[in-house]
Design a binder for this molecule. Structure first.
Ligand code: DGY
Length: 321
């Protein structure tokens, strides 16, 4: 049995493959491979499976060059890079790594919120640029986190962790919108399930925790932005396409909302024109889940799915329902 791994995964995963006598080739790419790169690599052998990353678009064209594939194991929680219908049609088992990054992403989300409210990144830039000439009571005045209304759009595993940190740490009132009622978080934090429009109108900080689906694409756009408080902050650690970035740039420029922090981008890794010129936005390079603990767990789960499919014909964390 032989699989292709599009880029290096942590050793803990490779060790499990070795123990199970599954050999592998690892793509030697310095940056996410293009479709052409992937096709070239996949044509080299008759692979039984592929470990993919969120930057690899797996569609008909790719699948056509590897007819023997039994498993696509995606090294991430999100799987909007996979053509699920096509995989289903071909009977290819497909997995993700649920639950591996909830703590990491939740902590990064809260760090982004606090960086916005404390103006931490602006302060750092200010000092580095030599502009700091002495203490000033009006310098970079921030906002308290305590007492703020938090609006979570999507309250699965990550949203739940964000709610817990904010409610226990800051006494925040948590409002959430989800298609599923989250009893656990309601009990633990007194979070309230609300209509999405009400969240837009009332929250001081809105944080996005939804998968990228046709129904969530451009959920944040000029219309929804215009219903938010002018003092509101928007955080996105989900997927870039949930926000119409051009509309967000306009809203930030025109003070329709106060600020935003983004770990993901609509045309990742490209930024929407004007975004990096704004002082009221914080940008991080899709690193919310980038912790050794999360990456190791992801490697373990991704590989366990490969082993289970190739040895027993069963997928553990199927994304095909
Ligand atoms: C995920 O798991 O979906 C993150 O976005 C990348 O680690």
């Amino acid at each position: 049995m032989h699989i292709f791994i599009t880029r290096k995964i942590p050793d803990v995963g490779l060790k499990i493959l070795d123990e199970n006598n599954i050999s592998y080739d690892i793509g030697n790419f310095k940056k996410p491979p293009t479709k052409k790169d992937l096709i070239k690599s996949l044509k080299k052998k008759n692979y039984d499976g592929i470990i993919t990353f969120l930057t690899d678009t797996i569609d008909k064209e790719i699948l056509d060059v590897c007819p023997n594939i039994k498993i696509i194991a995606n090294f991430s929680v999100g799987f909007n890079n996979l053509d699920i219908e096509e995989l289903k049609k071909r009977g290819i088992m497909t997995s993700n790594t649920p639950g591996t990054s909830s703590i990491a992403v939740a902590e990064h989300t809260v760090a982004l919120m606090m960086s916005l409210t404390t103006r931490l990144v602006e302060g750092d830039r200010f000092v580095r640029s030599g502009k700091y000439k002495g203490w000033d009571p009006e310098l970079l005045v921030g906002t308290d986190m305590k007492g703020k209304i938090i609006g979570l759009i999507g309250c699965g595993e990550i949203g739940t962790e964000v709610a817990k940190i904010l409610n226990k740490g800051f006494g925040s009132k948590i409002l959430y919108y989800d298609i599923v009622k989250n009893n656990k978080i309601e009990e633990e934090t007194k979070a309230e399930l609300k209509e999405i429009d009400e969240i837009f109108k009332t929250a001081d900080i809105i944080s996005l925790h939804v998968p990228l689906l046709p129904s969530t694409t451009h959920l944040i756009n000029k219309d929804t932005l215009s219903t938010m408080k002018s003092s509101a902050f928007l955080i996105n650690t989900s997927r870039g396409g949930v926000i119409n970035e051009k509309d967000l740039v306009n809203a930030l420029k025109n003070k329709i909302i106060r600020g935003a922090a983004l770990d993901v981008f609509e045309y990742e890794p490209k930024l929407c024109s004007g975004l990096n010129k704004l002082s009221n936005v914080i940008l991080t390079p899709h690193i919310a889940s980038s912790r050794a603990s999360a990456r190791n767990q992801m490697a373990e789960i991704v590989v366990k799915n490969v082993v289970s499919v190739l040895k027993e014909g069963k997928v553990i964390n199927s994304v095909i329902k």
